[in-house]
Design a protein. Sequence first.
Length: 57
Amino acid sequence: MIPKDPVMLLSFVNMKLRDQYSNPDAMCDDLDLNRTEIDEKLAGINYSYDPERNQYV
């Protein structure tokens, strides 16, 4: 279960990317998550994925 609150989701996703996954697609595949839904929810609080940093900024 992932957080529904966008700010908590941001923290959760960035922690997973930092500690376990090389990119969001690998994370979503492994955790059976929808990348589009995550991107849209985080875009709602003005965050997008930065591949150079491997985090949402």
